[in-house]
Design a protein around this ligand. Sequence first.
Ligand SMILES: NC(=O)c1ccc[n+]([C@@H]2O[C@H](COP(=O)([O-])OP(=O)(O)OC[C@H]3O[C@@H](n4cnc5c(N)ncnc54)[C@H](O)[C@@H]3O)[C@@H](O)[C@H]2O)c1
Length: 358
Amino acid sequence: MLIPVEIEGRAYPIHIVDEGLVGLGPAVADQLRPGPIVVVSNTVVAPLYLDQATASLSAAGFHPSTVVLPDGEVHKTLGTWAGLVEELIGLGLRRNTPVLALGGGVTGDMVGFAAACALRGVPFVQVPTTLLAMVDSAVGGKTGVNSTRGKNLVGAFYQPRLVYAAMETLQTLDQAELRSGLGEVIKHGVLRDPALFELCVSAGARALARDGAVLGEMVERSCRVKAEIVAADEREQGLRAVLNLGHTVGHAIETAAGHGRLRHGECVAMGLVAETAWCAERGSCAPEVAEQVRQAVRALGMDLRPEGVARDALVHAAGYDKKLSRAMLQTAVVERIGAVHLESVGLEEIPRMLSHLS
Ligand SMILES: NC(=O)c1ccc[n+]([C@@H]2O[C@H](COP(=O)([O-])OP(=O)(O)OC[C@H]3O[C@@H](n4cnc5c(N)ncnc54)[C@H](O)[C@@H]3O)[C@@H](O)[C@H]2O)c1
């Protein structure tokens, strides 16, 4: 299946295939001329998929070099990124040498930012291997790393030349990581796709049991939602900010807990519950909508609040969120499942949102 991301002047396809990485090389060759390519993965994904990826690329005429990064959100830092850029340049990178990210959102974000900066930009390919990366982070061109002051505070908008989601790679994913990805799937349902939200409720258990048909439909529907939004507003001048639903609270939880302690999608799911409850409190949606979201998150076995994270730490962490500008917060407000709008609200709303975590 092919889903186009129709960004003006930089359109690219998302391939969603049932199998593993056998078709990767031909898909990349459709977009980029065969020649040298650098495949960047991490210490967990490389032993599982690096050989498959390089074999397919080689068979399609590419000459792959490889780089293996340390695994985990704690390594999504300027330090790791700088080391990667140096390594890419040391490999003899040219302006037309593609760099391919093979892994989850951490790998994709960091490698994308390196591809954006090395030689002022080389072609970039996303090969997401987590559910979260397939449904969200690999699509839309947000790349970057964390600052000590908050999540993703250093980065660039840099679109990939293609995204290749090989569904079979999800079979080796840790159960907790799979669940984390479902947090962003629910978000896409709440934003624009009531049928996707309903699928999360009715078939969440099958998704967690790795039913390929259910996961495939979730990835496809999520990618369509995200592709449509980023095509309309690539650089988050307006509409794209709705994708941050759940993230004001979610990022605060991630930062307050310490990067890497809680999974991104789990934090977003807690954020979705709290922010939708805040919307209901303000009267923008019915209380039943907030309850539906809470039930959907709960049914997937996700926590509704972060254990052992102090409220003060959350408020402090939310204060450093990059979405804040001129003492206002641009936030997504839920009207009903499948319909949200953006509003600028005062910063005093942040503690109110956070109060719905308890
Ligand atoms: N750029 C964006 O638009 C965007 C959107 C959402 C999230 N993000 C970022 O994405 C990151 C989270 O991504 P994530 O949840 O994919 O985390 P992750 O990249 O850390 O992956 C989770 C774990 O699964 C492992 N893994 C990956 N694929 C595997 C596979 N197929 N089999 C076995 N293990 C595998 C990874 O090595 C890691 O240990 C966060 O840093 C978040 O900020 C970015």
